[in-house]
Design a protein around this ligand. Sequence first.
Ligand code: IMP
Length: 201
Amino acid sequence: MTRLVLSSRNKGKLLELQRMLATIAPHIELVSVADFPEIGDVEETGSTFEENALLKAETIAMKTGLAAIADDSGLCIDALNGAPGVLSARWSGEHGNDRANLEKVLKEMEEVQPDKRQGKFVSVVALALPDGRTEICRGEIHGDIRYSPVGDGGFGYDPIFQPDGYHVTMAELSADEKDRISHRGRAMRAITPVIAELLSE
Ligand code: IMP
């Protein structure tokens, strides 16, 4: 078995990637960074999703001596010149306060006309090997920003994001359907064969 460390402490993300890897790379044992308590949180100091994902994956690979995978994600809105972008998790000033972050975006978008409300969710996944090699995959989903939140599934900005081709928000989709079309699902599916190839038995 080859061990691969996932930077996230989120059980849902771990299980999802485990499922994807099981079919094409059963020799890989995915573990969470939570199993390495000596590694604290890696600060996201980069100005792009790529920089932050790489920073996290490389730091964990260096500290554990194992291959590591990390993701960074966020919402980019055209009318706000790409904001909140890499600052999505702390847009309101308070890290991880989903409701306050969403309210701030709605306020900033109050005067924006219906045909100017496009945005996208971005997820960048980085793989770092202990020998210094790295790989990056990006997934995106485009849509419109609603005027008010609807739905209670998902998290973050899901209640105000309506994917292109849908009449409901991301927070009204089932977890399976969200995974199928989401930025993170796409990036994770893209990196899976890369992991299988680089982490051979
Ligand atoms: P990260 O943990 O630095 O990747 O933070 C990403 C932030 O972007 C989250 O806190 C959310 O605010 C937002 N975000 C990322 N992915 C999603 C999603 O799938 N739905 C809603 N919000 C998301």
